[in-house]
Design a protein around this ligand. Structure first.
Ligand SMILES: [Zn+2]
Ligand SMILES: [Zn+2]
Length: 370
């Protein structure tokens, strides 16, 4: 065994004060809470033993006399860990008691993706969704105990959930407390756990939840459903459920804020002469009137036929961009008529002007400037 003075790194003539100082310095370096390596742990034991011997005047005297004197006889190395609880902030002031912790815990929040159709958000809708979650165990109603049994006060900590120890240290006698390992700090143990939930107070299940999808929600919006997340352990309160909205792509309509946008293909003759027609809106028929001389890129606005506003009142508009279709196949008779028409009008020759973005660019500009 190494020499106790060497272990502490002090002279044989060191004063008790010097020995104490050396010990504290080494302890701060080697204590298992600070340095978890096995070598440090071994050295720490040696250091502590050396200190126990050298800090006690009688033991130190016997040690200095040599092995024959029978050093190490009387209870030196007991509880080196306890001393260090005091050093490294176990109890501090001594005796402050925290109560046992509750077995009941709040359930976790959950986040689900919710896909909705554009039709559904024009006015909002109701729907049932299915969620895999944790629900209260019906066998034990969250008590975690088998029917007819109940939790029992922990024998080890007597219900406090804490183990307290008084330890002797360099700083005097102090109380340290730590969570009881037997009951994990709950203060009670469950001798007969509920067989249905294995003592958790909750089981996994699929739940059906009716939800209201408000009008006007858009992709990326999160709906919060308080208390619709999983139930907590041991009947603790539910977490919340969040639904992240994704609006599905629609074949005809797209959305710009609260407005709905679509393109209407109009035959050349209808564009020239004007016409009335009925369109399929997302919420029923929409009557529109094309004026004579309608151009590609014209936008017809139907007020209040867009999406119901999420905030505020009323609805956005339905905006219909016109695309005039030039016929590509003409009958012999049609061709004659068009030729006659052209001859009678002395049409201007095609003429260059400023480059414009394509029709869709033009439509987009008009939508935005409307
Ligand atoms: Zn149960
Ligand atoms: Zn306990």
């Amino acid at each position: 065994m190494a020499d106790h003075y060497d272990v502490l790194g002090v002279d044989r003539s060191a004063t008790p004060e010097e020995i104490k100082k050396a010990y504290r310095r080494l302890a701060r370096e080697l204590h298992p809470d600070v340095n978890p390596s096995p070598e440090a742990s071994e050295r720490f034991k040696d250091v502590t033993h050396a200190y126990d011997v050298l800090s006690d005047p009688q033991q130190r005297e016997r040690y200095d006399l040599g092995p024959q004197a029978g050093f190490g006889g009387g209870g030196g190395a007991a509880g080196f860990g306890d001393i260090f609880d005091a050093f490294f902030g176990g109890g501090g002031g001594g005796g402050q008691r925290q109560g046992p912790r509750s077995r009941r815990e709040r359930g976790q929040d959950a986040l689900l993706r919710l896909e909705v159709d554009l039709e559904e958000i024009v006015f909002g809708t109701q729907r049932d969704i299915e969620v895999d979650t944790a629900v209260l165990c019906e066998t034990c109603s969250g008590s975690c105990c088998a029917p007819g049994t109940s939790p029992q006060t922990c024998d080890i900590c007597h219900g406090s959930g804490q183990i307290q120890r008084q330890v002797r240290s360099l700083l005097g006698n102090v109380m340290t407390s730590s969570p009881c390992g037997t009951c994990r700090g709950y203060g009670t143990v469950i001798p007969n756990p509920c067989p249905t939930c294995q003592g958790q107070g909750r089981v996994r299940a699929r739940r059906t939840i009716p939800i209201d999808i408000p009008a006007g929600v858009d992709t990326g919006l999160r709906l919060q459903l308080p208390g619709q997340g999983e139930v907590g352990q041991a009947g603790g309160p539910n977490g919340d459920l969040y639904l992240e909205v994704k609006v599905r792509h629609h074949e005809t309509y797209s959305r710009n804020g609260d407005d709905l946008l679509a393109t209407l293909e109009v035959q050349m003759s209808d564009a020239i002469l004007g016409t009335e027609t009925t369109l399929d809106g997302l919420d029923g028929a929409v009557e529109i009137e094309l004026k004579p001389g309608t151009q590609s890129g014209d936008v017809l606005t139907v007020r209040d036929r867009g999406v119901t506003k999420l905030r505020g009142t009323g609805r956005g508009d339905l905006k219909i961009g016109v695309q005039v279709v030039t016929p590509t196949k003409l009958s012999h008779k049609e061709r004659e008529l068009i030729e006659k028409f052209a001859a009678g009008r002395r049409e201007q020759a095609p003429e260059l002007s400023q480059f414009q973005q394509g029709l869709f660019g033009k439509l987009r500009d008009r939508f935005l400037n409307f």
